[in-house]
Design a protein around this ligand. Structure first.
Ligand code: BG6
Length: 460
């Protein structure tokens, strides 16, 4: 059984990109809120000293707007320790044991490329470091179903399931949690939230940025593994799951696993892959790469509530906007009471999930003033422009430190999600080029054509 509070945080991949961009700012915020009061031990093979590591962390905090001599930054910097070495070398793990001093319940955070997860976990187990500890594993969790199952087996040799925290930062986002909150606290939604009223569901995750120096990582994953198997499927689960039977982490995760199990495994013609022009010239990328930087797919969810409702997911880099948005379109009323000229667009619910702001909008129609029964489409919307109180990483690392698994993927859920994408991962599917700043390759239009085409979120 997992213990109550972690008494050290060990960061594998401490000199890497994720740590600098997301994790150190999150640790700083956790120190400031009083949630993180334990030593932080960086592990990497950069050949650094602890002072160099400290300067690196301090640089990351400055890049994120933390002032010099900020009290929380000083506390975090003074709590840092550093172990240099290869993750596959037993000696590194022995030195880590020494650096942990008397900590009994460390939290290990694996911010390393997926190909190194098993080596790190095996090293921890062999050095006796797994007992009483928890482990946070970054996504993508494996490369396909078989490797995810192998990774689960490797983890379970030393860590019981309740000590494994599979992180997906989308689950820490306010707007993604709001999908659940909005659905299950508003009585008006439930009667229409099913195949009788919903015409189609679309999720778009568009980014203007390219791979931004992460070419080598991206070559191992591609868009389907990077954001669809995890982020997008969790968003879809929040939109389509049944209400959890009671409180608690497992009630919620049971329902999400049921959604994943109800989704039909993808077939070749459910998917269009794309690659932005210029990707092959990015550092770390194979000049003949066929890795996808864009995917558009059609999902079939075989459940009582959603059978036959068209569901589409689209995600890509170097697209025309940076926006993650859900559009749930409702069916039209049965008759055009005011004549064919007055037929208005279907009602819809639009959920803006990012960047940063949370917005919910309902598309409706209202009458123009005057004698004719003609009108216009309007949106009733609420928008929270405030920067969220916590970043997703701050929320999730805080939860892992206290042992709350609610917002982490469970073994069965992660394997069920792989089962959906697994059949197409190894197929030699065409990869269509697309220009930067577009909405992806024209071939993707066919995926959503019969449901009225893709909804393109606006910028900003
Ligand atoms: C990460 C992916 O998980 O999510 C990145 O690896 C992607 O490729 C990022 O850019 C997007 O996250 P966010 O929070 O900026 O929407």
């Amino acid at each position: 059984m997992s213990v109550a509070r972690s008494d050290a945080l060990v960061l594998f991949g401490a000199t890497g990109d994720l740590a600098r961009r997301k994790l150190f700012p999150a640790l700083h915020a956790l120190v400031r809120s009083g949630t993180l009061r334990v030593p932080v031990i960086g592990v990497a093979r950069s050949g650094w000293s602890v002072d160099e590591f400290r300067r690196h962390v301090s640089g990351s905090l400055r890049e994120h707007g933390v002032a010099a001599h900020d009290a929380a930054a000083d506390t975090l910097l003074s709590s840092l320790r550093y172990v240099d070495g290869d993750y596959r070398d037993d000696e590194t793990h022995r030195r880590l044991r020494v650096a942990l001093q008397d900590a009994q319940h460390p939290l290990y955070y694996l911010a390393v490329p997926p190909s190194l997860f098993t080596s790190v976990v095996d090293g921890l187990e062999a050095a006796g470091g797994a007992a009483g500890a928890r482990v946070v594993v970054e996504k993508p969790f494996g490369r396909d179903l078989a490797s995810a199952q192998a990774l689960n087996r490797a983890l379970h040799r030393g860590f019981p399931e309740d000590a494994v925290f599979r992180i997906d930062h989308y689950l820490g986002k306010e707007a993604v949690q709001n999908l659940l909150y909005f659905r299950f606290t508003n009585a008006f939604l439930e009667p229409v939230w099913n195949r009788n009223y919903v015409q189609s569901i679309q999720i778009t995750m568009a980014e203007e940025i390219g791979v931004e120096g992460r070419g080598r990582f991206y070559e191992e994953v591609g868009a389907l593994r990077d954001v669809v198997q995890n982020h997008m499927l969790h968003v879809l689960a929040h939109l389509t799951m049944e209400p959890p039977a009671g409180a608690g982490a497992d009630a919620l995760r049971d329902e999400k696993s049921k959604v994943f199990r109800s989704i039909r495994p993808l077939a070749a013609d459910d998917l269009v892959r794309g690659q932005y022009d210029g990707y092959r010239a990015e550092p770390g990328v194979d000049p003949a790469s066929t890795v996808d930087t864009f995917v558009a797919l059609r999902i079939f969810l075989d459940s009582w509530r959603w059978a036959d409702v068209p569901i589409f997911i689209r995600a890509g880099k170097r697209l025309a906007a940076t926006a993650t948005e859900v559009l749930v379109a409702l069916k039209r009323p049965p008759q055009a009471v005011f004549g064919p000229a007055a037929v208005s667009p279907p009602n819809y619910f639009r959920f803006r999930l990012g960047p940063d702001r949370v917005a919910v909008a309902i598309g409706a129609s209202t009458k123009h003033a005057g004698t004719s029964m003609a009108g216009e489409a309007i949106e009733l919307s609420v928008c929270n422009d405030r920067t969220p109180e916590m970043t997703a990483y701050e929320r999730l690392i805080g939860d892992a430190l206290t042992g709350d698994p609610t917002l982490f993927a469970r073994e069965d859920g992660v394997e069920a999600a792989w089962r959906i994408v697994d059949p197409v991962l190894h197929l030699p599917l065409a990869v269509h080029p697309y220009p930067a700043g577009s909405w992806g390759p024209p071939a993707a239009d066919a995926i959503a054509a019969h449901a009225g085409g893709w909804h393109c979120p606006v910028r900003g």
